[in-house]
Structures are given as C-alpha cells and as structure tokens.
Design a protein around this ligand. Structure first.
Ligand code: SB7
Ligand code: NI
Length: 190
C-alpha cells in the first residue's frame, strides 16, 4: 500500500515537471499503481485506517506525487449526503484533458491544501466552476465527464500536478484574498 512516505514534497523536481502521456494498454505495474492510488485515497478517508498509517485525508492524488511522471490521477470525492453510500465521483483518470470549461470561476472558502505541501498556504485558488474532462478509465474506455464545483476543483488541482503546477501558483501574491467579480466562493468539504 501507499503511505505518506511515498508522497514526495515541495522542492522535489518531479513536482515541477510536465508528466508524460501514458501509452495504452497500461502495463501491469501501471495498473497496480492506479489501484494503489485509489486505495490510498479510500484509506486516507477512513478514520481508523488513516490514524493507523498516519495518512493525511485526501480526495485526489496524481502519479507525479508518488514520483511517477506519468499522466494519471485518482479522485475519490464522497457524496455530501450522509444517506448516500456511493461516492459523488471516484476513479482513476488516465491522460485526462479538460476539453471545455465555463467562463465562470469558483474557489473553496478555505483555500486548498496538498499532500505534497506540509504547510498552510492561505489564499483563494480560482478554478473553473464547470469542466468537461476527457480521459481513459482503468478498463481502457474513453470517458467524457461533466463536473461542477468541488469534484471539478479536485480534477483541476490534480491535472495541474501533471503540468508541474502547484495550487499556490494561482494565488495572487499581493492580495491572496482578492477575488474576480462574479466568482462564487464554495464552502469546502474539509
Ligand atoms: C483541495 C484539496 C485537493 C484538491 C482540491 C482542493 C486535494 C489535495 C490532495 N492533493 O495534494 C492531491 O494532489
Ligand atoms: Ni496536490
């Protein structure tokens, strides 16, 4: 299983590289990594497992964060309805690409954090409110998915990792709490 020891931190050069496109079908090793990335997220969101292995809770992880410079991300966003056991959006996205997005932006009221960043970085991170993402799933099928709000923010954060971009690159250094007009701030999940 993956633990926080597998996650590289700020300053590691891999986090600033543009990750390479994956060739399909995935190798057994790549499939194994895909499974482990999704398993890490589920473990990190399970209070007992997270405590036992000292995992920071995460809703997404990108392969470069475990020092694999390939275009693969895992996302596991639970439903905000406690009655609902199905996650809102969960899976591994291979070669994900945002093919269209809204002009309207959004951001989380609490800002963002990152498993690769061991400090709080205050400030708003403007993101597209709605995106359409195209990707190959773990079964090798091409998927097109429309996402909005929190799941859309998470996918944008993860795709940034594939391009060597960190969330704080989007924060206005002179005024971290500056917001463009018509941007709606979202209450964050954590
Ligand atoms: C807040 C948190 C995340 C995404 C968007 C908003 C995920 C944090 C975990 N990661 O570092 C994943 O790259
Ligand atoms: Ni991150």
């Amino acid at each position: 299983m993956l633990t926080m020891n597998d996650v590289i931190r700020e300053g590691h050069p891999t986090l600033r590289k543009v990750a390479g496109k994956m060739t399909l079908p995935l190798t057994d090793e790549e499939k194994d990594l895909a499974d482990k990335m999704l398993e890490f997220l589920k473990n990190s969101q399970d209070p007992e497992t997270a405590e036992k292995y000292e995992l920071r809770p995460g809703v997404g992880i990108a392969a470069p964060q475990v020092n694999v410079s390939k275009r693969m991300i895992a996302v596991h966003v639970p439903s905000d309805d406690p009655e609902e056991s199905e996650p809102e959006f969960s899976g591994v996205l291979i070669n994900p690409k945002i093919v269209s997005h809204s002009v309207q932006q959004t951001c989380l009221s609490e800002g963002e954090g990152c498993l690769s960043v061991d400090r709080e970085v205050p400030g708003y991170v403007p993101r597209h409110k709605r995106i359409k993402v195209e990707y190959v799933d773990i079964d090798g099928n091409t998927q097109k998915k429309r996402l909005k709000n929190f799941p859309a923010i998470v996918v944008q954060h993860e795709i940034d990792h594939l391009n060597g971009v960190m969330f704080y690159d989007h924060i206005d250094p002179d005024n971290p709490l500056a917001l463009p007009d018509d941007l709606e701030v979202l209450g964050s999940a954590e």
